[in-house]
Design a protein around this ligand. Sequence first.
Ligand code: BDR
Ligand code: CA
Length: 349
Amino acid sequence: KIPVWLDCDPGHDDACAILLAAYHPPINLLGVSTVHGNAPLSKCTVNALRVLEAIGKPEIPVLPGASKPYCRTVHTAPDIHGASGLAGTDLLPEPSRYALTHCNAILEIKEALFAQPKGKAWLVATGPLTNIALLFAVFPSLADHIAGLSIMGGAIGSDFTHISMGQPYLDISGTAHPRSGNRTPFAEFNIWADPESARSVLQNPVLRPKTTLIPLDVTHQAYATPKIQDMLLNGINGPTRLRRMFNELLMFFAHTYAEVFGLADGPPLHDPLAVAAILSCHSDPNFEIEFDDSGGERWDVDVILEGEQVGRTVITRSENGQGVRIPRTLDLDKFWRTLEDCMAAADEV
Ligand code: BDR
Ligand code: CA
């Protein structure tokens, strides 16, 4: 199995990432750390505990990490995820335990990953990159030890995948810019929320060739349409309590995406794609979810730190092939089927 540590800010789509990481057979979920993001850290931490409780995995360790970005103030996303970070359902159970606050998240992640053989373990990040940047700043040799880092974050631009993110944005001088971000016309939320941390991670020379970035350009191919929501609600075993809980979460997420972005097709399920992306590097044809990176394209990624475009990810082709992998598409059918399989497996517990 692939050992995985998940760093997240649950979050509706983070909840789906936890389900996938906890139940997809080739993955061994070592632990979950939380970070400020969709909600304040304390709420994201309780949400992680509640999701793990709901899916029958209360034994997975949960460690709260950074409560603020490296050098900026915290900004949460109540317009998208509600004030709690995971609004829309009364079916989330209360956690039967507390998070491990007597341990330091960064130390625990380091211990858990170094305990795995070299080149085996993956780190998946589905929130702002504060914990990840701290981890590799304090323990730089960990970059050489892990197999890979998979990040949901960034927004490349419409010419990358030809996915439209809405009408072009007109700046103050009347110049039109293609709209690529979701937090600003230029920036995706996870990167925008702590751009300094994102930059240090995406420009770490040892990490770069092992990093997969899943930007909005890819996640906006995975809309949880009414058809998908219906499949996940009814599944093979009917609308169980767990399925109803996820359905209510997805309905809330769909509602806010419709309100804020005018998206009628259903919300993009960003975060589980960063979990799915690690599978394409460990081919077991039964469980693999294929991501297409056009035969191994690699990119140098810069993050804008100042001005109107703060948080924007700017990519250029990597000259030496040591850049970040940014897939353009994936096998969506397989992805949704895998999520359904995980739901069914969690239902059995
Ligand atoms: C990212 O921001 C959050 O709202 C989601 O959980 C996801 O990680 C998408 O921009
Ligand atoms: Ca997230």
